[in-house]
Design a protein around this ligand. Structure first.
Ligand code: CP
Length: 329
């Protein structure tokens, strides 16, 4: 796997391989010395043109746990504000010797342009591009579901038969897109619940059933309820009458939460608008995986960095990354 740009083009075996390698990485994160020498001598740049808390810090932690050198680049405060292009920015970084670029960009398709351009000879990992995709978020979500449903340490398994309800601002959500592709590849079924104004005009390609009534969707007894953030920063018009109306119709309120069976998982990629799309009582409940998702994100991103920068072993010698006993200090 040279790049990770999308979950749409991930085959089932590739996706399971990433989740299985993430299990190896999760074992490392429980050790006193949470470090492997796997990327020693490699340099990873975190190239963030949009704000981030979880993804940027998680990629930084992942790269450092694999002993890579890490350069953090934020567009704010850089020469991007003087008009420097993506090409010139990337070529500047490439001249300093970079093996992997983790990129978040407001333009859908920017990571693909970078991977195809030849501007830099490096592995490219999409950390969220516009409203298009956020593949590592979907992978960490799938990893979290697999651990909760099949148990931590389960390897080789998919999500066959798991029913996932994705609720809210699907239109602007790269998380919803990446999850829809990946979850279907892993055998899960996906339903969107959203007002018509917050759905893509043609949701059919995602293979998701669609409900406009959240209560009807919840009555179908999904295994997982994934709440999406209302992305006000991407809204140039009114997509719903007002926040109170949105919460009444599409929020996971305390009242709706009380009707869910004890086995239903509550997920949210973060950052959350507490009180708007999700009530605090739901976010903080033991059925919520929100903090686990962040924790699992480091293991999954370690797996993605390892597989893109080091790659697979030749056939016959394939092995999960050794979790060497010689863990570096
Ligand atoms: N889930 C997610 O992408 O969060 P950040 O925007 O904080 O990275």
């Amino acid at each position: 796997m040279r790049h990770l740009l999308s979950t749409r083009d991930l085959a089932r075996d590739e996706a399971i391989r990433i989740l299985d390698v993430a299990e190896e990485m999760a074992d490392v994160t429980t050790r006193e010395v949470k470090k492997l020498p796997a990327l020693r001598g490699k340099t990873v740049v975190n190239l963030f043109f949009e704000d981030s808390t979880r993804t940027r810090i998680s990629f930084e932690a992942a790269a450092k746990r694999l002993s890579a050198d890490v350069i953090n680049f934020a567009a704010k405060g850089s020469s991007v504000s003087k008009g420097e292009s993506l090409k010139d920015t990337v070529q500047t970084l490439g001249a300093m010797g970079v093996d992997g670029v983790v990129i978040r960009h407001g333009a859908s398709g920017a990571p693909r342009v970078l991977a195809d351009s030849g501007w830099i000879d490096a592995a490219v990992v999409n950390a969220g591009d516009g409203t298009h995709e956020h593949p590592t978020q979907a992978l960490l979500d799938a990893f979290t579901m697999r651990r909760r449903i099949h148990g931590a340490g389960s390897r080789g398994r998919d999500l066959d038969g798991v029913r996932v309800l994705i609720v809210g601002d699907v239109l602007h959500s790269r998380v919803a897109r990446s999850n829809a592709w990946l979850l279907r590849t892993l055998g899960a079924s996906v339903t969107f619940a959203a007002p018509p104004t917050l759905l893509p005009s043609t949701p059919a390609p995602f293979g998701a059933a669609v409900h406009h009534d959240l209560d009807v969707a919840l009555a179908e007894d999904p295994d997982v309820v994934m709440m999406l953030r209302i992305q006000q920063e991407r809204m140039n018009e009114a997509f719903f009458p007002n926040p109170r109306e949105y919460t009444r119709h599409y929020g996971l309120t305390a009242g709706r939460f009380a009707t869910l069976p004890p086995r239903t998982l509550i997920m949210h990629p973060g950052p959350m608008n507490r009180g708007l799309e999700i009530a605090g009582i739901a976010a903080d409940d033991a059925r919520s995986t929100i903090v686990e998702q962040v924790e699992n994100g480091v293991s999954v991103r370690m797996a993605v960095l390892y597989l893109t920068l080091v790659g697979e072993q030749p056939p016959g010698t394939q092995q999960t990354p050794t979790v060497p006993q010689e863990a570096s200090a």
